[in-house]
Design a protein around this ligand. Sequence first.
Ligand SMILES: [Zn+2]
Ligand SMILES: [Zn+2]
Length: 173
Amino acid sequence: MMVMTLEFSRKTLIDQKSLLMDESFSTNQMVAASEDVLEAKVADVHLSVSMVDNFANVAGAADTEVEYRCARCLEPFTASLHAPVEERYSWNEQEAKRIDAVYAPDDKVILDDLVEESLLLALPSVPLCRADCRGLCQECGQNLNMADCSCEKRKVDPRLEILKDLLSSPESE
Ligand SMILES: [Zn+2]
Ligand SMILES: [Zn+2]
């Protein structure tokens, strides 16, 4: 599949007032940047760029399907990812500072980094195959979503363990 650089030109934008972008975007960098992501489809990026006063307003979203490794049970699972994309660009450095826009020194503005960042921001910090994923047994490693294990379900507080040792140690005086 052909994956293009996302960009627009100020000249074209001024001529046409607004631009619609409907492009495919590679998610290879996102996959490389996140340990929880095993694979991802090429993202569909829909953006509208409009000239507002003296700056360009970019708004839209990137959508893709991501294969994650569940943080609890370590099983792979697939979920859709919707990443809102929003930014302003100004070709005037002072104005850019004033309105908190990105300064664009050239006619051409490349949106790849913006979309890249937006995708990373939209990733879940703790990907779970389902909200109530039971994870793995810490003793035997059994995936508790699939079956229960026969390990004793006792939880020993390590502080109590130390106390127990102290109490049982011989202190004959
Ligand atoms: Zn899970
Ligand atoms: Zn177990």
